[in-house]
Design a protein around this ligand. Structure first.
Ligand SMILES: Cc1cc2nc3c(=O)[nH]c(=O)nc-3n(C[C@H](O)[C@H](O)[C@H](O)COP(=O)(O)OP(=O)(O)OC[C@H]3O[C@@H](n4cnc5c(N)ncnc54)[C@H](O)[C@@H]3O)c2cc1C
Length: 466
Protein backbone atom coordinates (compact mmCIF):
# COMPACT_ATOMS: atom_id res chain seq x y z
CA UNK A 1 0.00 0.00 0.00
CA UNK A 2 1.07 3.57 -0.65
CA UNK A 3 0.82 6.30 2.01
CA UNK A 4 -2.43 7.64 0.56
CA UNK A 5 -4.14 4.25 0.34
CA UNK A 6 -2.96 3.41 3.88
CA UNK A 7 -4.45 6.60 5.24
CA UNK A 8 -7.73 6.02 3.35
CA UNK A 9 -7.88 2.46 4.69
CA UNK A 10 -7.41 3.63 8.25
CA UNK A 11 -9.85 6.56 7.88
CA UNK A 12 -12.80 4.80 6.21
CA UNK A 13 -11.89 1.11 6.05
CA UNK A 14 -9.74 -1.11 3.83
CA UNK A 15 -12.90 -2.62 2.31
CA UNK A 16 -13.53 0.69 0.50
CA UNK A 17 -10.29 0.32 -1.46
CA UNK A 18 -9.91 -1.71 -4.61
CA UNK A 19 -6.41 -2.26 -5.90
CA UNK A 20 -6.65 -5.54 -7.80
CA UNK A 21 -5.45 -5.45 -11.40
CA UNK A 22 -8.86 -6.14 -12.99
CA UNK A 23 -10.62 -3.30 -11.15
CA UNK A 24 -7.79 -0.89 -11.90
CA UNK A 25 -7.89 -1.91 -15.57
CA UNK A 26 -11.66 -1.39 -15.67
CA UNK A 27 -11.20 2.19 -14.44
CA UNK A 28 -8.48 3.18 -16.90
CA UNK A 29 -11.00 4.78 -19.21
CA UNK A 30 -14.64 5.43 -19.96
CA UNK A 31 -16.38 4.83 -23.32
CA UNK A 32 -14.03 7.03 -25.34
CA UNK A 33 -13.01 5.16 -28.47
CA UNK A 34 -9.64 6.91 -28.64
CA UNK A 35 -8.67 5.52 -25.22
CA UNK A 36 -9.74 2.05 -26.38
CA UNK A 37 -7.52 2.44 -29.45
CA UNK A 38 -4.62 3.60 -27.28
CA UNK A 39 -5.11 0.64 -24.96
CA UNK A 40 -4.83 -1.74 -27.94
CA UNK A 41 -1.71 0.06 -29.08
CA UNK A 42 -0.20 -0.05 -25.55
CA UNK A 43 -0.26 3.75 -25.34
CA UNK A 44 -2.95 4.30 -22.67
CA UNK A 45 -1.74 5.77 -19.38
CA UNK A 46 -0.84 3.21 -16.71
CA UNK A 47 -3.67 2.22 -14.35
CA UNK A 48 -4.74 4.59 -11.57
CA UNK A 49 -3.19 4.27 -8.13
CA UNK A 50 -6.35 2.83 -6.59
CA UNK A 51 -10.12 2.87 -6.84
CA UNK A 52 -12.05 3.96 -3.75
CA UNK A 53 -15.71 3.07 -3.36
CA UNK A 54 -17.19 5.34 -0.69
CA UNK A 55 -20.63 4.67 0.85
CA UNK A 56 -21.49 8.22 1.96
CA UNK A 57 -20.79 11.90 1.33
CA UNK A 58 -18.80 11.99 4.58
CA UNK A 59 -16.54 9.24 3.25
CA UNK A 60 -16.10 11.11 -0.06
CA UNK A 61 -15.18 14.23 1.93
CA UNK A 62 -12.63 12.30 4.01
CA UNK A 63 -11.02 10.80 0.87
CA UNK A 64 -10.80 14.20 -0.85
CA UNK A 65 -9.15 15.77 2.22
CA UNK A 66 -6.57 12.97 2.40
CA UNK A 67 -5.85 13.11 -1.33
CA UNK A 68 -5.45 16.85 -1.19
CA UNK A 69 -3.05 16.64 1.75
CA UNK A 70 -0.90 14.28 -0.33
CA UNK A 71 -1.40 16.21 -3.58
CA UNK A 72 -2.90 13.19 -5.29
CA UNK A 73 -5.08 13.84 -8.37
CA UNK A 74 -8.69 12.67 -8.05
CA UNK A 75 -10.99 11.40 -10.80
CA UNK A 76 -14.71 10.98 -9.98
CA UNK A 77 -16.09 7.93 -11.77
CA UNK A 78 -19.79 7.17 -12.27
CA UNK A 79 -20.99 4.63 -14.82
CA UNK A 80 -17.95 5.10 -17.09
CA UNK A 81 -20.25 5.76 -20.08
CA UNK A 82 -18.74 9.15 -20.95
CA UNK A 83 -17.59 9.25 -24.57
CA UNK A 84 -15.05 12.09 -24.55
CA UNK A 85 -12.49 10.83 -22.03
CA UNK A 86 -13.76 12.65 -18.92
CA UNK A 87 -13.21 9.55 -16.80
CA UNK A 88 -9.82 8.54 -18.21
CA UNK A 89 -7.42 8.99 -15.27
CA UNK A 90 -3.75 9.62 -15.58
CA UNK A 91 -1.37 7.15 -13.96
CA UNK A 92 -1.12 7.72 -10.22
CA UNK A 93 -4.57 9.31 -9.89
CA UNK A 94 -7.06 8.18 -7.28
CA UNK A 95 -10.38 7.12 -8.78
CA UNK A 96 -13.45 7.77 -6.64
CA UNK A 97 -16.08 5.37 -7.91
CA UNK A 98 -19.53 6.53 -6.78
CA UNK A 99 -21.43 3.40 -7.78
CA UNK A 100 -21.81 2.14 -4.19
CA UNK A 101 -23.74 5.31 -3.34
CA UNK A 102 -26.94 4.27 -5.08
CA UNK A 103 -29.81 4.84 -2.66
CA UNK A 104 -33.07 6.46 -3.69
CA UNK A 105 -33.47 8.84 -0.74
CA UNK A 106 -36.89 10.43 -1.19
CA UNK A 107 -39.81 10.66 -3.58
CA UNK A 108 -41.83 13.76 -2.78
CA UNK A 109 -45.36 13.21 -4.16
CA UNK A 110 -46.46 16.77 -3.49
CA UNK A 111 -43.45 18.67 -4.78
CA UNK A 112 -42.88 16.16 -7.62
CA UNK A 113 -39.20 15.66 -6.92
CA UNK A 114 -36.98 12.70 -6.15
CA UNK A 115 -33.63 12.73 -4.37
CA UNK A 116 -31.01 10.05 -4.84
CA UNK A 117 -27.35 9.38 -4.25
CA UNK A 118 -25.14 10.15 -7.23
CA UNK A 119 -24.14 6.57 -8.03
CA UNK A 120 -27.68 5.36 -8.79
CA UNK A 121 -27.93 4.39 -12.48
CA UNK A 122 -30.51 6.16 -14.63
CA UNK A 123 -32.36 2.96 -15.60
CA UNK A 124 -32.75 1.83 -12.00
CA UNK A 125 -33.93 5.32 -10.99
CA UNK A 126 -36.56 5.19 -13.73
CA UNK A 127 -37.81 1.72 -12.70
CA UNK A 128 -38.07 2.79 -9.04
CA UNK A 129 -40.09 5.84 -10.09
CA UNK A 130 -42.31 3.83 -12.45
CA UNK A 131 -43.24 1.54 -9.56
CA UNK A 132 -44.63 4.61 -7.79
CA UNK A 133 -46.50 6.02 -10.78
CA UNK A 134 -43.87 8.50 -11.99
CA UNK A 135 -41.33 8.89 -14.76
CA UNK A 136 -38.01 10.73 -14.73
CA UNK A 137 -38.38 12.09 -18.27
CA UNK A 138 -34.60 11.71 -18.69
CA UNK A 139 -33.71 8.92 -21.10
CA UNK A 140 -30.23 9.14 -22.57
CA UNK A 141 -29.36 6.24 -24.84
CA UNK A 142 -26.95 5.23 -22.08
CA UNK A 143 -29.76 5.07 -19.49
CA UNK A 144 -28.64 1.67 -18.16
CA UNK A 145 -24.95 2.66 -18.00
CA UNK A 146 -24.88 6.23 -16.69
CA UNK A 147 -25.12 7.35 -13.06
CA UNK A 148 -27.24 10.29 -11.93
CA UNK A 149 -24.09 12.11 -10.79
CA UNK A 150 -22.44 11.55 -14.16
CA UNK A 151 -25.56 12.73 -15.99
CA UNK A 152 -25.50 15.96 -13.98
CA UNK A 153 -21.72 16.39 -14.26
CA UNK A 154 -21.83 16.17 -18.08
CA UNK A 155 -24.98 18.27 -18.74
CA UNK A 156 -26.64 15.29 -20.36
CA UNK A 157 -29.69 15.24 -22.64
CA UNK A 158 -32.35 12.55 -22.84
CA UNK A 159 -34.19 11.31 -25.90
CA UNK A 160 -37.48 12.86 -24.67
CA UNK A 161 -35.86 16.22 -23.93
CA UNK A 162 -38.03 18.40 -26.14
CA UNK A 163 -40.86 17.88 -23.63
CA UNK A 164 -39.12 17.15 -20.32
CA UNK A 165 -35.99 19.27 -20.75
CA UNK A 166 -32.34 18.37 -20.29
CA UNK A 167 -30.60 17.66 -17.02
CA UNK A 168 -30.16 21.37 -16.23
CA UNK A 169 -33.96 21.73 -16.38
CA UNK A 170 -34.51 18.64 -14.24
CA UNK A 171 -31.88 19.02 -11.53
CA UNK A 172 -33.24 21.35 -8.86
CA UNK A 173 -30.72 20.75 -6.12
CA UNK A 174 -27.61 18.78 -5.31
CA UNK A 175 -24.92 18.05 -2.80
CA UNK A 176 -21.25 18.17 -3.78
CA UNK A 177 -17.96 17.58 -2.04
CA UNK A 178 -15.73 20.52 -2.95
CA UNK A 179 -12.06 20.11 -3.88
CA UNK A 180 -11.12 21.16 -0.30
CA UNK A 181 -13.22 18.35 1.15
CA UNK A 182 -16.04 20.57 2.44
CA UNK A 183 -19.61 19.54 1.64
CA UNK A 184 -21.86 22.07 -0.15
CA UNK A 185 -25.63 21.54 -0.39
CA UNK A 186 -27.70 23.44 -2.91
CA UNK A 187 -31.24 23.28 -1.62
CA UNK A 188 -33.85 22.34 -4.22
CA UNK A 189 -36.40 25.06 -4.97
CA UNK A 190 -38.64 25.45 -8.01
CA UNK A 191 -36.92 28.75 -8.78
CA UNK A 192 -34.71 31.20 -6.95
CA UNK A 193 -33.22 34.69 -7.35
CA UNK A 194 -30.70 34.23 -4.56
CA UNK A 195 -27.76 35.40 -6.63
CA UNK A 196 -26.18 33.47 -9.50
CA UNK A 197 -27.13 29.80 -9.79
CA UNK A 198 -24.54 27.83 -7.79
CA UNK A 199 -26.22 24.64 -8.96
CA UNK A 200 -25.13 25.48 -12.50
CA UNK A 201 -21.47 25.43 -11.46
CA UNK A 202 -21.67 21.68 -11.03
CA UNK A 203 -23.80 21.00 -14.11
CA UNK A 204 -21.20 20.21 -16.76
CA UNK A 205 -18.26 20.49 -14.34
CA UNK A 206 -17.10 16.95 -15.30
CA UNK A 207 -15.49 16.22 -11.95
CA UNK A 208 -13.23 19.27 -12.10
CA UNK A 209 -14.96 21.49 -9.51
CA UNK A 210 -16.25 18.94 -7.02
CA UNK A 211 -17.83 15.54 -6.64
CA UNK A 212 -21.61 15.39 -6.88
CA UNK A 213 -22.84 13.05 -4.15
CA UNK A 214 -26.60 13.63 -4.18
CA UNK A 215 -29.12 15.06 -6.65
CA UNK A 216 -32.75 16.20 -6.49
CA UNK A 217 -34.55 15.92 -9.81
CA UNK A 218 -37.99 16.88 -11.06
CA UNK A 219 -40.24 13.89 -11.72
CA UNK A 220 -43.49 13.59 -13.71
CA UNK A 221 -46.73 11.60 -13.36
CA UNK A 222 -46.79 8.71 -15.83
CA UNK A 223 -48.18 10.11 -19.10
CA UNK A 224 -51.80 9.23 -19.86
CA UNK A 225 -51.50 9.03 -23.65
CA UNK A 226 -48.83 8.61 -26.31
CA UNK A 227 -49.07 9.40 -30.04
CA UNK A 228 -46.49 8.71 -32.74
CA UNK A 229 -46.01 9.67 -36.36
CA UNK A 230 -43.21 9.86 -38.91
CA UNK A 231 -42.67 11.83 -42.08
CA UNK A 232 -40.34 11.77 -45.06
CA UNK A 233 -38.91 14.97 -46.53
CA UNK A 234 -36.93 15.75 -49.64
CA UNK A 235 -34.06 17.30 -47.71
CA UNK A 236 -32.81 18.50 -44.34
CA UNK A 237 -33.76 22.13 -44.91
CA UNK A 238 -37.56 21.71 -45.26
CA UNK A 239 -37.58 19.15 -42.45
CA UNK A 240 -35.59 21.39 -40.09
CA UNK A 241 -38.05 24.13 -40.97
CA UNK A 242 -40.97 21.87 -40.03
CA UNK A 243 -39.43 21.29 -36.58
CA UNK A 244 -38.77 24.99 -36.18
CA UNK A 245 -42.42 25.73 -36.92
CA UNK A 246 -43.63 23.05 -34.51
CA UNK A 247 -41.62 24.22 -31.51
CA UNK A 248 -41.83 27.92 -32.33
CA UNK A 249 -45.53 28.15 -31.51
CA UNK A 250 -45.26 26.08 -28.35
CA UNK A 251 -45.85 22.43 -29.31
CA UNK A 252 -43.55 20.13 -27.39
CA UNK A 253 -43.49 16.58 -28.76
CA UNK A 254 -41.28 14.63 -26.33
CA UNK A 255 -39.33 13.04 -29.18
CA UNK A 256 -38.38 15.04 -32.27
CA UNK A 257 -35.77 13.26 -34.38
CA UNK A 258 -34.80 14.17 -37.91
CA UNK A 259 -32.45 11.81 -39.79
CA UNK A 260 -30.61 12.88 -42.92
CA UNK A 261 -30.91 11.03 -46.22
CA UNK A 262 -28.16 8.52 -45.46
CA UNK A 263 -29.27 7.68 -41.90
CA UNK A 264 -32.96 7.50 -42.85
CA UNK A 265 -32.95 5.72 -46.19
CA UNK A 266 -29.78 3.62 -46.05
CA UNK A 267 -29.42 2.85 -42.36
CA UNK A 268 -32.10 3.11 -39.63
CA UNK A 269 -35.37 3.18 -41.59
CA UNK A 270 -34.55 1.85 -45.03
CA UNK A 271 -37.69 -0.38 -45.02
CA UNK A 272 -39.88 2.72 -45.04
CA UNK A 273 -37.94 5.68 -46.39
CA UNK A 274 -37.40 6.23 -50.14
CA UNK A 275 -33.75 6.58 -51.20
CA UNK A 276 -32.09 9.83 -50.14
CA UNK A 277 -35.17 11.16 -48.34
CA UNK A 278 -34.90 12.36 -44.75
CA UNK A 279 -37.15 11.06 -41.96
CA UNK A 280 -38.74 12.98 -39.10
CA UNK A 281 -39.99 11.01 -36.07
CA UNK A 282 -42.44 12.59 -33.63
CA UNK A 283 -43.71 11.21 -30.34
CA UNK A 284 -46.06 13.14 -28.06
CA UNK A 285 -47.02 12.12 -24.54
CA UNK A 286 -48.94 13.58 -21.62
CA UNK A 287 -52.62 14.29 -20.88
CA UNK A 288 -54.87 12.81 -23.61
CA UNK A 289 -56.39 16.11 -24.76
CA UNK A 290 -53.01 17.76 -25.11
CA UNK A 291 -51.50 14.81 -26.98
CA UNK A 292 -54.40 14.67 -29.45
CA UNK A 293 -54.20 18.40 -30.15
CA UNK A 294 -50.41 18.23 -30.52
CA UNK A 295 -50.57 15.27 -32.89
CA UNK A 296 -53.08 17.11 -35.11
CA UNK A 297 -51.10 20.35 -35.12
CA UNK A 298 -47.78 18.62 -35.87
CA UNK A 299 -49.36 16.69 -38.75
CA UNK A 300 -50.67 19.93 -40.27
CA UNK A 301 -47.27 21.63 -39.95
CA UNK A 302 -45.31 18.65 -41.29
CA UNK A 303 -47.64 18.30 -44.29
CA UNK A 304 -47.52 22.02 -45.05
CA UNK A 305 -43.69 21.86 -44.95
CA UNK A 306 -43.69 19.11 -47.61
CA UNK A 307 -43.63 16.00 -45.42
CA UNK A 308 -45.25 12.70 -46.49
CA UNK A 309 -46.67 10.48 -43.75
CA UNK A 310 -44.76 7.23 -43.09
CA UNK A 311 -46.93 5.97 -40.22
CA UNK A 312 -46.03 4.79 -36.72
CA UNK A 313 -43.84 1.78 -37.67
CA UNK A 314 -40.55 3.73 -37.94
CA UNK A 315 -41.12 5.23 -34.47
CA UNK A 316 -41.93 1.80 -32.99
CA UNK A 317 -38.79 0.46 -34.66
CA UNK A 318 -36.72 3.27 -33.10
CA UNK A 319 -38.30 2.74 -29.66
CA UNK A 320 -37.32 -0.94 -29.73
CA UNK A 321 -33.70 -0.35 -30.73
CA UNK A 322 -32.94 3.03 -29.27
CA UNK A 323 -30.70 1.98 -26.39
CA UNK A 324 -28.34 -0.22 -28.32
CA UNK A 325 -24.77 0.22 -27.04
CA UNK A 326 -22.18 -0.30 -29.80
CA UNK A 327 -19.01 -2.21 -29.00
CA UNK A 328 -15.87 -0.30 -30.00
CA UNK A 329 -14.02 -3.59 -30.40
CA UNK A 330 -16.30 -4.54 -33.25
CA UNK A 331 -15.07 -1.50 -35.23
CA UNK A 332 -11.46 -1.54 -34.04
CA UNK A 333 -11.22 -5.19 -35.12
CA UNK A 334 -12.15 -4.01 -38.63
CA UNK A 335 -9.52 -1.24 -38.37
CA UNK A 336 -12.18 1.46 -38.33
CA UNK A 337 -12.60 4.47 -36.04
CA UNK A 338 -16.26 5.31 -35.45
CA UNK A 339 -17.64 8.10 -33.31
CA UNK A 340 -20.48 10.54 -32.79
CA UNK A 341 -20.11 14.27 -32.23
CA UNK A 342 -23.03 16.36 -31.01
CA UNK A 343 -23.08 20.08 -31.75
CA UNK A 344 -25.86 22.67 -31.84
CA UNK A 345 -26.86 25.90 -33.53
CA UNK A 346 -29.67 28.43 -33.75
CA UNK A 347 -32.36 27.89 -36.40
CA UNK A 348 -30.91 30.51 -38.72
CA UNK A 349 -27.55 28.67 -38.79
CA UNK A 350 -28.28 25.01 -38.40
CA UNK A 351 -28.83 24.13 -42.08
CA UNK A 352 -25.50 25.77 -42.91
CA UNK A 353 -23.88 23.96 -39.99
CA UNK A 354 -25.19 20.64 -41.32
CA UNK A 355 -23.84 21.31 -44.82
CA UNK A 356 -20.44 22.47 -43.55
CA UNK A 357 -19.93 19.62 -41.10
CA UNK A 358 -20.85 16.93 -43.60
CA UNK A 359 -18.70 18.54 -46.31
CA UNK A 360 -15.75 18.83 -43.90
CA UNK A 361 -15.94 15.12 -43.07
CA UNK A 362 -16.96 13.63 -46.40
CA UNK A 363 -13.80 14.45 -48.30
CA UNK A 364 -11.35 13.26 -45.66
CA UNK A 365 -9.20 10.26 -46.66
CA UNK A 366 -10.71 6.91 -45.68
CA UNK A 367 -14.07 8.40 -44.63
CA UNK A 368 -16.77 5.75 -45.06
CA UNK A 369 -19.72 7.44 -43.34
CA UNK A 370 -20.47 11.10 -42.57
CA UNK A 371 -24.07 11.65 -41.55
CA UNK A 372 -26.19 13.41 -38.94
CA UNK A 373 -29.52 13.64 -37.22
CA UNK A 374 -31.17 16.25 -35.04
CA UNK A 375 -32.59 14.90 -31.77
CA UNK A 376 -33.10 17.77 -29.30
CA UNK A 377 -35.03 20.85 -30.38
CA UNK A 378 -35.78 24.21 -28.80
CA UNK A 379 -37.62 27.33 -29.84
CA UNK A 380 -34.28 28.91 -30.76
CA UNK A 381 -32.47 26.03 -32.43
CA UNK A 382 -31.54 22.37 -32.42
CA UNK A 383 -28.64 19.95 -32.19
CA UNK A 384 -26.90 17.87 -34.81
CA UNK A 385 -25.65 14.44 -33.83
CA UNK A 386 -22.94 13.65 -36.33
CA UNK A 387 -21.72 10.11 -36.97
CA UNK A 388 -18.51 9.32 -38.79
CA UNK A 389 -16.64 6.14 -39.65
CA UNK A 390 -13.11 6.35 -40.97
CA UNK A 391 -10.88 3.52 -42.15
CA UNK A 392 -7.38 4.87 -42.68
CA UNK A 393 -5.20 3.14 -45.25
CA UNK A 394 -2.66 2.44 -42.52
CA UNK A 395 -4.32 1.66 -39.20
CA UNK A 396 -1.17 2.69 -37.33
CA UNK A 397 -2.34 6.23 -38.22
CA UNK A 398 -5.86 5.73 -36.83
CA UNK A 399 -5.42 8.34 -34.10
CA UNK A 400 -4.46 11.03 -36.61
CA UNK A 401 -7.43 10.15 -38.84
CA UNK A 402 -9.77 10.26 -35.83
CA UNK A 403 -8.45 13.53 -34.40
CA UNK A 404 -8.53 15.04 -37.89
CA UNK A 405 -12.22 14.17 -38.25
CA UNK A 406 -12.99 15.68 -34.85
CA UNK A 407 -11.02 18.83 -35.68
CA UNK A 408 -12.93 19.20 -38.96
CA UNK A 409 -16.28 19.10 -37.11
CA UNK A 410 -15.11 21.43 -34.32
CA UNK A 411 -13.76 24.01 -36.80
CA UNK A 412 -16.86 23.82 -39.02
CA UNK A 413 -19.08 24.30 -35.96
CA UNK A 414 -17.17 27.31 -34.67
CA UNK A 415 -17.14 28.82 -38.17
CA UNK A 416 -20.92 28.41 -38.40
CA UNK A 417 -21.47 30.03 -34.99
CA UNK A 418 -22.61 26.83 -33.28
CA UNK A 419 -21.73 25.24 -29.95
CA UNK A 420 -19.04 22.54 -30.00
CA UNK A 421 -20.95 20.30 -27.54
CA UNK A 422 -24.66 19.76 -27.15
CA UNK A 423 -24.61 17.02 -24.48
CA UNK A 424 -21.50 14.83 -24.22
CA UNK A 425 -19.38 17.57 -22.66
CA UNK A 426 -15.75 18.52 -23.15
CA UNK A 427 -13.87 15.62 -21.51
CA UNK A 428 -10.33 15.40 -22.87
CA UNK A 429 -11.34 15.36 -26.52
CA UNK A 430 -12.71 18.90 -26.85
CA UNK A 431 -10.23 20.72 -24.58
CA UNK A 432 -8.32 22.30 -27.53
CA UNK A 433 -11.50 24.12 -28.64
CA UNK A 434 -13.23 25.21 -25.41
CA UNK A 435 -11.45 28.56 -25.20
CA UNK A 436 -12.49 29.42 -28.77
CA UNK A 437 -16.16 28.86 -28.00
CA UNK A 438 -16.21 30.60 -24.60
CA UNK A 439 -14.16 33.56 -25.85
CA UNK A 440 -14.09 36.48 -23.42
CA UNK A 441 -16.04 34.39 -20.86
CA UNK A 442 -13.29 31.74 -20.74
CA UNK A 443 -11.31 33.56 -17.98
CA UNK A 444 -14.41 33.29 -15.74
CA UNK A 445 -14.26 29.50 -15.95
CA UNK A 446 -10.51 29.50 -15.34
CA UNK A 447 -10.94 31.77 -12.31
CA UNK A 448 -13.64 29.50 -10.93
CA UNK A 449 -11.37 26.48 -11.31
CA UNK A 450 -8.46 28.28 -9.62
CA UNK A 451 -10.65 29.47 -6.76
CA UNK A 452 -12.23 26.11 -6.02
CA UNK A 453 -9.31 23.85 -6.89
CA UNK A 454 -6.12 25.93 -6.52
CA UNK A 455 -3.88 22.84 -6.65
CA UNK A 456 -5.54 21.55 -9.84
CA UNK A 457 -6.10 18.10 -8.35
CA UNK A 458 -9.68 17.50 -9.52
CA UNK A 459 -9.69 15.57 -12.78
CA UNK A 460 -6.70 17.39 -14.30
CA UNK A 461 -6.69 17.69 -18.08
CA UNK A 462 -10.46 17.36 -18.37
CA UNK A 463 -12.66 20.36 -19.33
CA UNK A 464 -9.64 22.71 -19.10
CA UNK A 465 -5.99 22.16 -19.99
CA UNK A 466 -4.10 20.61 -17.05
C1 LIG B 1 -24.03 4.13 -25.95
C2 LIG B 1 -23.99 5.50 -25.32
C3 LIG B 1 -25.05 6.36 -25.51
C4 LIG B 1 -25.04 7.63 -24.91
N1 LIG B 1 -26.16 8.41 -25.05
C5 LIG B 1 -26.19 9.61 -24.44
C6 LIG B 1 -27.36 10.43 -24.52
O1 LIG B 1 -28.37 10.05 -25.12
N2 LIG B 1 -27.33 11.62 -23.90
C7 LIG B 1 -26.25 12.04 -23.21
O2 LIG B 1 -26.30 13.15 -22.66
N3 LIG B 1 -25.14 11.30 -23.10
C8 LIG B 1 -25.09 10.10 -23.70
N4 LIG B 1 -23.96 9.31 -23.59
C9 LIG B 1 -22.79 9.81 -22.85
C10 LIG B 1 -22.76 9.42 -21.36
O3 LIG B 1 -23.64 8.38 -21.07
C11 LIG B 1 -23.06 10.63 -20.51
O4 LIG B 1 -22.01 11.57 -20.67
C12 LIG B 1 -23.27 10.34 -19.02
O5 LIG B 1 -23.76 11.50 -18.44
C13 LIG B 1 -22.04 9.88 -18.28
O6 LIG B 1 -22.45 9.40 -17.00
P1 LIG B 1 -21.53 8.34 -16.22
O7 LIG B 1 -22.14 8.12 -14.89
O8 LIG B 1 -21.30 7.16 -17.05
O9 LIG B 1 -20.23 9.21 -16.07
P2 LIG B 1 -18.70 8.81 -16.27
O10 LIG B 1 -18.46 8.35 -17.65
O11 LIG B 1 -18.26 7.93 -15.16
O12 LIG B 1 -18.03 10.25 -16.08
C14 LIG B 1 -18.28 11.29 -17.00
C15 LIG B 1 -17.67 12.58 -16.46
O13 LIG B 1 -18.40 13.01 -15.31
C16 LIG B 1 -17.55 13.01 -14.15
N5 LIG B 1 -18.36 12.47 -13.06
C17 LIG B 1 -18.99 11.26 -13.01
N6 LIG B 1 -19.67 11.15 -11.86
C18 LIG B 1 -19.48 12.31 -11.19
C19 LIG B 1 -19.92 12.80 -9.93
N7 LIG B 1 -20.71 12.09 -9.13
N8 LIG B 1 -19.51 14.04 -9.56
C20 LIG B 1 -18.72 14.79 -10.36
N9 LIG B 1 -18.26 14.36 -11.54
C21 LIG B 1 -18.64 13.14 -11.95
C22 LIG B 1 -16.35 12.17 -14.51
O14 LIG B 1 -15.20 12.57 -13.79
C23 LIG B 1 -16.23 12.45 -15.99
O15 LIG B 1 -15.58 13.67 -16.22
C24 LIG B 1 -23.92 8.05 -24.17
C25 LIG B 1 -22.85 7.17 -23.98
C26 LIG B 1 -22.88 5.91 -24.55
C27 LIG B 1 -21.72 4.98 -24.33
Amino acid sequence: MTQITESIASAIGADRLVTDAAALAAHRTDYWILAHLRRRQGRLADPPLAVVQPRSSAEVAAIVKLARARRTPIVPYGGGSGVVGGATPEAGALVIDLRRMDRLLEVNDTALTASAEAGLLGGEFERRLNARGYVSGHYPQSLELASLGGLVATRSAGQFSTLYGNVEDLCLGLEAVLPNGEIARIVPTPRSATGPSLREIFLGSEGTLGIVTEVTLRIFPKPERRAMSSWSFDGMEPALDAIRRIVRVGWRPAVVRLYDGFEASQWHFKQWVPVNKCALLLLSEGPAGLVEAEERACAEIATAAGGSALGVAPVEHWLERRNHVPSWDQFLDQEMMVDTIEVSAAWDRVATLYDRVIAALRDRPGMLVASAHSSHSYRQGTNLYVTFAVKPENFAEAEAAYVGAWAAVMEATLAAGGSISHHHGIGRMRVPWIERELGTAYPVLRALKRALDPDGLMNPGVLLPA
